[in-house]
Design a binder for this molecule. Sequence first.
Ligand code: FPP
Length: 248
Amino acid sequence: MDLDDLDPKRMPRHVACVMDGNGRWAKKRGLPRTEGHRAGEEALFETAKAAVELGIEWLTVYAFSTENWRRPHDEVRFLINVIADDLLTRRRDQLHELGVRIRFAGRRDWRVPKWVLRRMDETAQLTRHNKATTVTVAFNYGGRAEIVDAVRGLVAEGARPDQVDERALRRHMYLPDMPDPDLFIRTSGEYRISNFLLWEIAYSELVFLDVLWPDFRGEHLREAVREYQRRERRFGLTGEQHGEALPG
Ligand code: FPP
């Protein structure tokens, strides 16, 4: 993909995405919600491809939240049996060919069918040496749950109060080697975080786009990156301090 108006030196290293609007996309077309998810899965694949082409190192997507189990039974079943199955077979092979490393983040509890856990492990194993974009699929994921799980990990290892700090907590997050997102995108015109990567997005740039997720393509990713590149990130410093801190 041609970078044309994007600055290759200021690409976000990690982009996180809340893929919202599948249901509304389907409703607008008089289709069942499940068709929105099917189209959303296609959009996810296209986005991963675009991330590879743009040289984005990390892409993390919110596929299924800890709250999504409360949706109608048929919709949950479809997301797991059809969409997850497709992602963990056909799409896995296509992404593997593109050099994508696939990983998963979330609670591995009794609600996730064993066959899904097994396929996730196989997928991560198969793609673990790939060098293009790392696509992390947040599945049965909740940001608060992740923080609770990290605290549990610390308690289990017998940490004393004075040993509890940000670095210690981070070691117990689901993927401690993952850099924090630089850019957080939510589609469908909603302005919410919805419990996604709460700890990790402390300093992320938030970009909200009006497009419904199934219509999301490389051009929308570029639009969000363009907006990101227009912003000045200061990490708590003043503009002057941050300018001085920048190399070059
Ligand atoms: C939000 O749209 C979307 C989801 C809850 C699922 C997102 C999943 C995918 C795009 C495919 C990949 C999925 C898996 C499980 C591997 P919504 O249904 O809340 O839309 P609405 O707000 O318009 O109702």
